[in-house]
Design a protein around this ligand. Structure first.
Ligand SMILES: O=C(O)CCC(=O)C(=O)O
Length: 336
């Protein structure tokens, strides 16, 4: 099989297929540093304060960071370490897992959806389905030998964190704690280990272009040393500086729909840099395929109309992968 991943190459300039048209480049000089994206202390004794802070962050930014989140530093250090080891493996070893078929449950791939897109992205990624673990772990890489243990331990911890956040988000909307979780059903869990090699011309391309996440909630672990995540706020791109021992949390399209548009599934993107590779680990909680996504009555019975028509997550996910990542907010296609 031809070597398709960019982490296998040495480049003094970027291949033409990665060059964005002039109108669609990162314009890094226009990006502002964001120092005020909320950092919420989940260890705080005052739960009502946490719920309020989460509600404010979801309305205002759709993004926040959490500290004292219950996932140990050992677990986050280990997963970043094993991800670095994985991407550092000889290319023949990595290519055993290569696939550009989005329906594959374990696959190494590159860019976003190479079957559909016209311009490529400066990213390789390992995509894993993670729930239930005993179904998917046997498919995961066996090299490095510690991979399966480290990643499964991390997945269990992050899942608990995600559920706790969904409870807080539910309450922040004035709903029962379990309301959102009940609608979302038996949630799936996916992971993208993203590897962005150093790029000779970062001003011409993206690691990931602007997109929103199709799922319910995303928990992102960023490489502390190398920034690259940017969020769109009030029409301006803001660079999110990695905060020590924090996760970045973002609301996915399904929570935007369930909140009847009160909470934002915000556009975000990853840019690359000329000096250092960057790594991030995104964990996605995904509604069950059959989950019927419909804003709870309590949010619409005060005369508010439902912004989105009812749909199942399976229907939404199919639509999302049938397009390009940066084509438009997929939720727009589900408006009443
Ligand atoms: O690498 C990042 O910071 C962003 C990753 C991301 O947005 C994704 O995996 O969907």
């Amino acid at each position: 099989m031809a070597v398709k991943v960019i982490s296998a190459g040495q480049f003094s300039s970027i291949p033409v297929s990665y060059i964005r048209p002039e109108s669609d480049r990162p314009k890094l000089f226009e990006v502002a540093d964001c120092n005020n994206i909320p950092v919420i202390d989940l260890g705080c004794k005052d739960r009502s304060l946490i719920v309020r802070q989460i509600g404010d962050a979801c309305r205002e930014y759709g993004f926040f960071q959490v500290i004292n989140h219950g996932v140990s530093k050992a677990a986050t250090d280990k997963i970043l370490g094993v991800a670095h080891e994985f991407f550092g493996l000889p290319v023949e070893e990595k290519m055993k897992l290569y696939s550009d078929d989005p329906s594959r449950t374990t696959r190494l791939s590159t860019s976003f959806n190479v079957r559909k897109e016209t311009v490529n992205n400066w990213r390789d990624y390992l995509r894993l389905h993670c729930y239930p673990l005993d179904k998917y772990v046997p498919e995961w890489p066996s090299t490095p030998s510690s991979f399966k243990d480290i990643v499964s331990n991390y997945c269990m911890k992050v899942r608990q964190l995600g559920f706790r956040l969904q409870e807080d988000i539910s309450e922040s909307l004035g709903l029962e704690k379990d309301c959102l979780k009940n609608i979302l059903g038996e949630q799936g869990q996916h992971m993208a280990m993203n590897y962005y090699p150093a790029c000779p011309q970062p001003e011409l391309t993206y690691g990931l272009p602007a997109h929103t996440d199709p799922n319910s909630l995303t928990i992102l672990l960023q490489d502390l040393q190398v920034a690259g995540l940017q969020v769109l706020k009030d029409g301006r791109w803001l660079a999110i500086k990695p905060h020590p021992n924090a996760f970045v949390i973002n609301i996915g399209d399904q929570i935007q729909a369930l909140s009847n548009g009160k909470y934002k599934s915000v556009w975000h993107r990853a840019v690359v840099n000329a000096d250092k590779p960057r790594l991030s680990v995104a964990s996605f909680l995904c509604p069950s395929d059959a989950a019927s996504i419909s804003a709870p009555k309590a949010l619409t019975d005060r005369g508010e109309r439902s912004i989105y028509r009812d749909f199942t997550y399976a229907e939404y996910y199919k639509k999302f992968w049938s397009g390009n990542l940066d084509e438009g907010h997929c939720l727009e296609l589900f408006k009443n």
